[in-house]
Design a protein around this ligand. Sequence first.
Ligand code: GTP
Ligand code: MG
Length: 139
Amino acid sequence: MKTFAMIKPSCIVYSTEVEAAIIAAGLRIETSAEVRFTREMSEEFYAEHKGKPFFEGLVAMISSAPVRVYCLSGENAIQVWRDLIGPTNPNKGKEDQLRRKYADAEAYAAGSPDNGFHGSANPEDAEREIDLMRKWQFL
Ligand code: GTP
Ligand code: MG
């Protein structure tokens, strides 16, 4: 099974630690790249959230600086990666979950959309997101 993972701009400096955690969890990094999303790409990637109050900030944040994208594979890869990063709100994660460990929890609590990491929610989303990376020649 494959999943799509992304390190958002604020956490890209932790790529080495994150990759160690991916390997330790038994996943394999199939491909990876440091890339920059345009505004239009960010809007297409997060289209499901269009119209929500955090959408504009989310798109601005994702396109503000480089991100690191991954195609990961392994048994139960979608759930394993989502468990590694933890819940959407970094403050609600367990201590060793990546969003809790590396994202700026105070900024998120104050309304920032930056929780440091993304993971596909289900197999259809994983396929769609990996296809977008291929379309943009990122992966
Ligand atoms: P992703 O892996 O990035 O898709 O996160 P998720 O699946 O845990 O959450 P969801 O898809 O619901 O939201 C997408 C992104 O929008 C989140 O990762 C956050 O960056 C942002 N976001 C979602 N809900 C909120 C919110 O209530 N407040 C703020 N500030 N940002 C939010
Ligand atoms: Mg999501």
